[in-house]
Design a binder for this molecule. Structure first.
Ligand code: NAX
Length: 327
């Protein structure tokens, strides 16, 4: 059996946390041969609820769960962390403008970035789930000057999985027949789910669907799926978000399948003309714990306009929070 690794999860007593922790402890994220020590971070008023979650984790008697640390101190939660899933965030309150939301979250993700900088393993893999995920990831990264910026990623995998499921339904195929999905940009309604490089059972997706469906149904459905879930369920996506977080980390840690790729929000390096300085959804392949942007994809005018629009939104978000970056 391998030595245990430390997996920090923030917002651990929340609804995504409740769907996430049990799957990490069961080995779904890092493999059935990888013991884990869970480091659970919550705000002080939620520590009682967290105690209940810890009791339930213990009651599962998971063979792979080596230990649990539960705390309201980020310095403790991120101590020697190999993985960090930043789920806890400030939700948008009534009458709150986007700028207020970004700033309120900056107050969470700035200090958490600093705590990661000071205490986590130097090759820590950080996934930000809490919204606005891309810009929260940027704030954390900007407060961790001693860590490689590539340690910081944001989750667009739920959008990726939603897009796969919509296309599978439309084409009458199973999602396992679908390869090379891409979500470009922000985890927001400007995200661009791109079908031009996708294959369904080996055939190009754009040859199987018409432009009207792609533009008028598929793209808006994927972009608005979060709101549709809230309307139907009366609560935001939780189990599917947790599942996507598991997928994101598993791909990163254990690698992507040969002949396929996944979408991850990662620091832009200028690839595909996206100005650096933001965390942008890209198609990536992963190997040996590292990700690389898929290069050389042809981008048509339709895609270019949408990729630029979502980049513009991210740069605007960046401008609103630049004051929260470490000097
Ligand atoms: P909940 O409100 O159920 O849980 C959030 C938990 O975070 C709460 O228990 C709260 O006490 C805790 N928390 C707040 N501030 C904290 C801090 N500073 N340190 C540690 N813990 C803190 O929300 P939940 O439904 O679990 O969603 C969590 C976040 O995920 C939200 O920001 C949500 O918008 C975001 N989502 C992101 C998605 C994505 O694809 N990137 C999709 C699902 C989800 O909407």
């Amino acid at each position: 059996m391998k030595a245990p690794v430390r997996v920090a999860v923030t917002g651990a007593a929340g609804q995504i946390g409740y769907a996430l922790l049990f799957r990490i402890a069961a080995g779904d994220m890092l493999g059935k041969d990888q013991p884990v020590i869970l480091h659970l971070l919550e705000i002080t008023p939620a520590l009682d609820a967290l105690k209940g979650v810890v009791m339930e984790l213990n009651d599962c008697a998971f063979p792979l769960l080596a230990d649990i640390v539960a705390t309201d101190d980020a310095n403790v939660a991120f101590k020697d962390a190999d993985y960090a899933l930043l789920v806890g965030a400030r939700p948008r309150g009534a009458g709150m403008e986007r700028k207020d939301l970004l700033e309120a979250n900056g107050k969470i993700f700035g200090p958490q970035g600093k705590a990661l900088n000071d205490h986590a393993k130097r090759d820590v893999k950080v996934l930000v789930v809490g919204n606005p995920a891309n810009t929260n990831a940027l704030i954390a990264q900007q407060n961790a000057p001693d860590l490689d910026p590539k340690c910081f990623t944001a989750m667009v995998r739920l959008d990726h999985n939603r897009a796969m499921s919509q296309l599978a339904e439309k084409t009458g195929k199973h999602n396992t027949d679908i390869k090379k999905m891409i979500i470009w940009g922000n985890h927001s309604s400007t995200q661009y789910p791109d079908l031009h490089h996708v294959t369904v059972d080996g055939k190009n997706a754009m040859e199987l669907v018409d432009q009207a469906w792609y533009e008028g149904e598929f793209i808006p459905t994927v972009q608005q799926r979060g709101a549709a879930i809230i309307k139907a369920r009366g609560a935001s996506s939780a189990a599917s978000a947790a599942s996507a977080a598991i997928d994101h980390m598993r791909s990163w840690a254990l690698g992507t399948d040969e002949g396929d790729w996944v979408s991850m929000g990662i620091p832009s390096d200028g690839s595909y003309g996206i100005e650096p300085g933001v965390i942008y959804g890209y198609p990536v392949t992963c190997k040996d714990g590292k990700y690389e942007i898929v290069q050389g994809l042809e981008i048509n005018d339709f895609s270019r306009a949408r990729m630029d629009a979502t980049a513009k939104e991210l740069h605007e978000e960046r401008s609103a929070v630049e004051g929260l970056f470490a000097k």
